[in-house]
Design a binder for this molecule. Structure first.
Ligand code: FNR
Length: 185
């Protein structure tokens, strides 16, 4: 039995019927057997980044996520594009986590899926996120890239990723990510 690789999943959308949330929840069934996934909740409970709050102590949720990343073999970001960039809730969580020492994202393998209602599938957000990951010193996997366009036509009413081509793209990407983690460790 191969060793399990645990992956912490950030979803950039808070809404209950989020298409990105549906993709985030589908990762486990699409991944190789040696991977497990924990989708983070409670990102909305993290206050806006404020150095004065930091000075009196990090929010408990930030420390909890930092610890989860530290103990994981990889991180996944599944996010919509908001105004050609990443949603504020995701940026805020990253900003807080970037102040934690030791740096939780440093040298951590990262895989990204973006999904949007537009035909480009959130590609501009994905490249903004990749830019941020440079500062965090994370190791985002370059390829295969996954951008899911017209996502509303690929998720069923009960929140399942039903589009076969998209399922295959994500399966291939996660298989590559498992090997990428092996290479990076
Ligand atoms: C969007 N949407 C969007 N889509 C896109 O392709 N490029 C964009 O820049 C934006 N910008 C944007 C801003 C804001 C504030 C919202 C609320 C939406 C549309 C977006 O892709 C769509 O609402 C997705 O369904 C959002 O993902 P979830 O919530 O379904 O995961």
């Amino acid at each position: 039995m191969p060793i399990k690789k645990s992956i912490v999943v950030f979803c950039g959308s808070l809404r209950e019927h989020s298409f990105n949330g549906a993709i985030a929840r589908s990762l486990a069934e699409l991944a190789p057997e040696d991977m497990t996934f924990t989708v983070l909740d409670g990102l909305e409970s993290i206050p806006h980044y404020d150095a004065d709050i930091q000075a009196s102590g990090f929010p408990a949720k930030v420390l909890e996520i930092a610890d989860a990343i530290k103990n994981a073999q990889g991180v996944a970001f599944v996010t919509p594009e908001y105004n050609y960039s990443i949603p504020g809730v995701l940026k805020n969580a990253i900003d807080w986590l970037s102040r934690v020492s030791p740096a939780p994202f440093a040298e951590k393998p990262v895989v990204i899926q973006t999904a949007s209602a537009g035909i480009l599938g959130g590609v501009r957000a994905q490249y903004h996120l990749r830019q941020i990951l440079v500062f965090l010193d994370a190791y985002p996997m370059n390829k295969p890239e996954v951008m899911v366009g017209s996502v509303q036509s690929k998720i069923s009413a009960d929140g399942k990723l039903t589009d076969e081509a998209t399922r295959d793209f994500i399966s291939n990407q996660l298989a590559a990510f498992s090997k990428f983690i092996d290479k990076m460790s």
